[in-house]
Design a protein around this ligand. Structure first.
Ligand SMILES: *Cc1c(COP(=O)(O)O)cnc(C)c1O
Length: 358
């Protein structure tokens, strides 16, 4: 892929917020964006890096009406030695193509996906925060751009990559959150798009998220859409339950998003002398296990937060307090291991990091 790079005038570059605590999550975007077009006749073409700015879209573009859209979320980390790493980017490239297949969108060669990100990061290097916990968030996405409002897959697409410096996720410390278990709403149904990283799933989740916040909870814990019984995942994270030295996470069932962080923790478990199980786990088993103390810790996991300890589940208006709302030992150990590898402080024994060569 031969990327055409537009030179930005020196004076056009934005100032960078230098206090990582003020960065927040995806509030600021870097100076440039990557775009590339797809058509049936020309396949992927016209890869470009240019000034970040509004997209030129017709109001009739299919994505605006029928939500034919997919995205990815990943991070570039600056290590303690000043190097820049991506974390398992091939996993995101593959998942992007699985999402594309589900939404009848064209696949993008994995190396083009990774090259587009690397080219952007090399140009935007000054935006990568160097404090531990902060990172450069990477948002690749693809949208359908046909301008005919018939309901069918588009023939034309745009792929785009934007970057945003993000501050440490835990500003006020690594504190457990409360989850609201909804038995009213579903995020995705079996046979639906739950396994795809697509905006429609997020639109479907917003109302439940609002109810959760009204109940004083940070996020929603989703149950399966048929029985409203088996745990699926949290907001934009997968979930793990700790039974002393055993990790249990819901097995992928077609409506759960296969998180890279989830997969990473499953790989890591044996190394930490933990057993890991992917299986169905019901809400009865969870609230029972929390009540008897069989479940010692609960945590969510995803690229944004890495590990998010859970201190409370609210189910049918009853609170189930986990580990006295304290961060558990295993959650802390996994968090320290992941950040240790990502920030280059710990040996990368599983070869998760992909170093960017400048
Ligand atoms: C992105 C996402 C996750 C987490 O995936 P990671 O690859 O670990 O960041 C979990 N659930 C949903 C619904 C997601 O969109």
């Amino acid at each position: 892929m031969k990327i055409s790079v537009q030179k930005l005038p020196e004076g056009a570059l934005k100032p960078i917020e230098s206090d990582p605590k003020k960065l927040g999550f995806c509030k600021y975007f870097t100076d440039r964006m990557f775009t590339m077009q797809y058509s049936e006749a020309d396949n992927w073409h016209n890869p470009e890096i240019k000034a970040l700015g509004p997209l030129n879209l017709e109001p009739s573009s299919i994505v605006l009406h029928y939500a034919q859209e997919i995205f990815e979320g990943m991070k570039a980390f600056r290590t303690s030695k000043g190097e820049v790493n991506l974390f398992r980017p091939e996993m995101n490239a593959r998942r992007f193509n699985r999402s594309a297949a589900r939404l009848c969108m064209p696949s993008l060669p994995e190396h083009d996906f990774i090259d587009s990100i690397e080219a952007m990061i090399k140009l935007e290097e000054r935006w990568i925060p160097s404090s531990r916990g902060a990172a450069l968030y990477i948002r690749p996405f693809m949208i359908a751009t046909d301008t005919i409002l018939g309901v069918r897959a588009s023939s034309n697409y745009m792929y785009c990559v934007i970057l945003s410096p993000v501050g440490p996720y835990y500003q006020e410390g690594f504190n457990p959150v409360s989850l609201y278990v909804t038995d009213e709403f579903s995020r995705a149904a079996f046979g639906g798009m739950g396994e795809a990283k697509t905006g429609g799933n997020y639109a479907a989740s917003l109302l439940a998220g609002r109810v959760a916040r009204e109940k004083g909870c940070a996020q929603v814990l989703w149950l399966d859409p048929v029985h409203r019984r088996y745990i699926e995942e949290v907001g934009a994270m997968n979930i793990f339950f700790v039974f002393e030295d055993r990790l249990v996470t819901p097995k992928l069932n077609g409506s759960i998003l296969a998180g890279v962080t989830r997969d990473t923790i499953l790989m890591l478990a044996p190394h930490l002398n933990l057993k890991a199980e992917e299986r169905e786990i019901s809400i009865e088993e969870v609230v029972g296990g929390i009540t008897t103390g069989a479940i010692t810790e609960v945590f969510g996991c995803g690229t944004a937060a890495s590990i998010s300890p859970v201190g409370n589940l609210k189910y049918k208006d009853k609170d189930y307090i986990v580990n006295n709302r304290k961060v558990g030992k295993i959650s802390q150990t996994i968090y320290d291991f992941l950040l240790g590898v990502q920030y280059g402080e710990k040996e990368d024994i599983f070869k998760w990091n992909k170093k960017i060569e400048f």
